[in-house]
Design a binder for this molecule. Structure first.
Ligand code: ADP
Ligand code: MG
Length: 256
């Protein structure tokens, strides 16, 4: 995926994404970091064609996003948004079936292929045993996995996850991140996600993009771009960066 000189403002005219350019490597995990309000979700909305750039271009598999028909795009790229609300009385399985919609023709019944893919998505996310439960009765981490399962049922090579670990306890944060890694390694998915935890970003990403006020401040290999200076510039936080021979590089925030 190639993003070239993309600029975007909402109705209020304030530029929220400013002349942003980067490439997303296939089969890798790219993580966007940056303070609240820096434009991460807005950028995600441009990558999914929910909003259109005022200038610049986004190419997916070499083709401009503007040239995709909606169903075609939904077969190429799936997204789990930052905030998700399932309708009441929705079971896990039913939610995951929604992922199959792009493949349906009008009035068509579910095909056996749809059932197989839904079953696969439920198993990959560890929700198969809970498939008849209502979404609202799942724990936060399980709900997050249900949304990911729905996105997986779309069977797309690209998966976008906006803050998939927010509001989860530390066990489920790593549970989700391990799943993301597994999807890259075993399914070859290209993943773009937004994370707040810098150490998790270092640990789980092939590349990091750091945003501030709608602009990209740094991008590249986590080990190269996460520095004391960058953390000060982007977050205004004083940190130390440590290197441990067993766990590699990590960051300790000291204060503001
Ligand atoms: P992040 O995901 O990094 O926290 P967002 O992309 O959600 O940031 O928001 C960036 C800025 O754009 C914020 O100042 C936010 O208030 C504003 N914003 C987000 N969505 C809208 C919208 N639909 N209309 C107007 N402003 C918006
Ligand atoms: Mg956001």
């Amino acid at each position: 995926m190639d993003i070239k000189n993309v600029t975007f403002a909402y109705q209020d005219g304030i530029v929220r994404v400013k002349d942003v350019s980067f490439s997303i490597a296939k089969g890798k995990i790219t993580t966007i970091i940056g303070p609240n309000g820096s434009g991460k979700s807005t950028l995600m909305s441009l990558l999914t064609n929910n909003n259109k750039p005022q200038s610049g271009h986004i190419y997916l598999e070499g083709k401009d996003l503007n040239e995709y028909r909606p169903k075609e795009l939904a077969k190429t790229l799936a997204v789990v948004h930052q905030y998700n609300v399932a309708p009441r009385d929705m079971t896990v399985e039913k939610l995951v079936y929604y992922g199959r919609l792009p493949y349906k023709k009008m009035f068509q019944q579910d095909r056996s292929e749809d059932a197989e893919i839904v079953q696969w998505a439920l198993k990959v996310t560890g929700l198969y045993e809970r498939r008849h439960m209502l979404i609202e009765n799942l724990s936060g981490g399980q709900q997050q996995r249900a949304w990911i399962a729905m996105a997986l049922a779309q069977k797309t090579p690209y998966l976008l996850l906006d803050e998939p670990t927010s509001n989860l306890d530390i066990y489920y944060q790593y549970d989700i991140l391990n799943l993301v890694k597994q999807l890259r390694d075993e399914q070859g998915l290209t993943i773009v996600m937004v994370l707040h935890d810098i150490n998790q970003a270092i640990q789980f990403s092939d590349a990091i993009i750091a945003m501030k006020d709608g602009e990209i401040v740094a991008q590249g290999d986590p080990k190269e771009i996460v520095t004391k200076e960058l953390m000060q510039e982007v977050y205004g936080v004083d940190v130390v960066i440590k290197e441990d021979e067993d766990i590699g590089m990590y960051m300790v925030p000291l204060g503001v």
